[in-house]
Design a protein around this ligand. Structure first.
Ligand SMILES: Cc1cc2nc3c(=O)[nH]c(=O)nc-3n(C[C@H](O)[C@H](O)[C@H](O)COP(=O)(O)OP(=O)(O)OC[C@H]3O[C@@H](n4cnc5c(N)ncnc54)[C@H](O)[C@@H]3O)c2cc1C
Length: 490
């Protein structure tokens, strides 16, 4: 289809000002933070989309999807643009980006029923500020909270820094509205629980724009008691000890909002003012006075049980201060881009996996050992470590971090550095039965392992795609491996 014809079709659905064909914006829309360095150095190897469109209603989203479905045009849904795994990268010549910018209404803050309904383009921090004025919190606090929007947060199955108390987004979403490629608008109603067949919210949560477009979300609210927050921190002998303390807290039924253990290397970059070359264990207890106090006591009891391997306590004020400066604003993201341009480098990458308590220390050790032994550019690594930041009754996650000096052409960076390192992490995780992807989504660059991740249950994932997106127009290459996309990966 000629670009001119494609744009004419869009003009029949939307007003001119809802269609953006500015070249710079299209270049920006052709990739996300996965190829941030190549993007800033202007050496991206993917096509730009033909237009970015800003629908004003679910009905307009529906018309756009029908148009794309009828004409085999690839659609990339977009909200806050903080994707890290290639979910916003374009692999097709004929593509449009449907941006949630104009779906920006806060529809209802329902204090009595403890839920808030917003459109997909509402920034999480703006919702959070609104509900805090009334004494509530959403409990969702990813580091990208100042920029990420509700549509993207639901689409990626995101998780926040307070997840050990409040859960991931999947525990917060009450109901939602979404639009499928055939134009059908589906509304999942807001109820406290139901047993009306399988939980269809989970078809939408985490679909990464590969099945449908999310237009509206209702999330739970919680009472907010910041005055009761307690911070507890310890320097511990090793990761194994830190993870054992985390487990002790969780299996005894305590739910601190923050529960984290950092390797020595990772602690150095986060806690330069107190790490003393040791692993760092941190907790935050929150809630009503009685709950926060009981949780604080549970944390102290768990630490006491492992006192032989705990080196010292950390001043809680240092932790509070650190926590307050953790989130990334748009300014931080822009500064990072400037920095990459000026210094010809960036601060590195991460891969997040999960497994049960028994397995996670083994994955950690195996990954670090394998990278040190076999990664061909090991001498370029300036940091290799990780932290556990989200714990559950039966296990935890591991957020591997690796920084490196870039000694290759910018367009080769991912192939030379990030991807081979990620490959080792994913392979070691899958080998021991863990999940290769804890919260950033599969995007386009972990899709080579989607089948292995799901094993015999991949059948179910594949059927969803066949049923809801039979013409494969939704976010080509995201989650689902595609032969035609391999050239952008290798
Ligand atoms: C500095 C920084 C810190 C981060 N911290 C965290 C963290 O703590 N926890 C965490 O989980 N993630 C984190 N992330 C990753 C990212 O913020 C999350 O994945 C977030 O949920 C993406 O939301 P977004 O609105 O920016 O979505 P986008 O980046 O716009 O899109 C992300 C994906 O969702 C799809 N999508 C977007 N909107 C829709 C829609 N309306 N309907 C259907 N599909 C859609 C896109 O196609 C894409 O695949 C971080 C990222 C950055 C840059």
């Amino acid at each position: 289809m000629e670009t001119k014809d494609l744009l004419n079709g869009l003009k029949e659905i939307l007003a001119e000002e809802q269609i953006n064909t500015n070249e710079e914006d299209l270049y920006d829309a052709s990739a996300d933070r996965y190829k941030k360095y190549a993007k800033v150095r202007r050496v991206l190897d993917v096509p730009s989309p033909k237009a970015i469109v800003y629908p004003n209603s679910p009905e307009e989203v529906s018309q756009l999807l029908v148009y794309c479905n009828d004409n085999q045009i690839n659609v990339i849904p977009r909200s806050g643009k903080t994707a890290t795994e290639g979910g916003l990268e374009n692999w097709k010549e004929e593509t449009i980006v449907i941006d949630a910018k104009n779906l920006n209404k806060m529809i209802k803050i329902d204090e009595y029923n403890m839920q808030a309904t917003v459109q997909a383009g509402v920034i999480l921090e703006e919702l959070e500020e609104e509900v805090r004025k009334k004494g509530y919190t959403t409990g969702h606090s990813p580091q990208s909270k100042p920029v990420a929007k509700l549509g993207g947060l639901v689409a990626t199955r995101s998780i926040g820094q307070l997840s050990t108390l409040y859960g991931g987004i999947e525990d917060m979403v009450v109901g939602l509205e979404c639009v499928f490629p055939d134009g059908h608008i589906a509304r999942i109603k807001n109820v406290s629980r139901r047993a009306g067949g399988p939980d269809i919210r989970h078809i939408v949560i985490g679909n990464e724009g590969s099945l449908c477009y999310i237009t509206e979300v209702t999330v739970k609210l919680f009472k907010y008691f910041p005055e009761n927050n307690q911070f507890h921190g310890y320097l511990v002998k090793d990761m194994d000890t830190g993870i054992k303390v985390l487990r002790e807290v969780m299996v005894n039924g305590y739910r601190p909002s923050v529960a984290r253990c950092y390797s020595e290397e990772d602690a150095k970059q986060h806690f330069y003012h107190f790490h003393k070359d040791r692993c760092v264990l941190i907790f935050m207890a929150e809630g009503s006075k009685e709950i926060a106090e009981a949780t604080g006591k549970g944390i102290e009891n768990a630490a006491e049980k492992f006192k032989d391997r705990i080196i010292e306590k950390v001043d809680s004020e240092l932790l509070e201060e650190w926590f307050e400066n953790l989130n990334w604003s748009q300014q931080d993201i822009d500064d990072e881009f400037e920095g990459m341009l000026e210094n010809d480098s960036h601060t590195g990458f991460t891969t997040e996996v999960s497994a049960d308590w028994e397995t996670i220390p083994k994955i950690y050790d195996n990954v670090i050992k394998r990278i040190k032994e076999e990664y061909h550019r090991v001498e370029d690594l300036t940091l290799l470590g990780g932290h556990s930041s989200h714990s559950y009754i039966n296990g935890t996650n591991m957020y591997f971090v690796y920084n490196y000096e870039i000694h290759c052409a910018p367009e080769d960076e991912m192939r030379v550095y990030h991807h081979p390192l990620q490959r080792i992490i994913v392979e070691e995780t899958l080998k021991l039965g863990g999940s290769m992807c804890h919260h950033h989504g599969i995007g386009k660059f972990r899709n080579e392992w989607t089948k292995e991740e799901h094993g015999s249950a991949y059948y179910m994932l594949e059927k969803l795609k066949e049923a809801f997106d039979p013409k494969n127009i939704m976010n080509f290459g995201t989650i689902y491996p595609q032969k035609e996309g391999k050239k952008f990966q290798e």
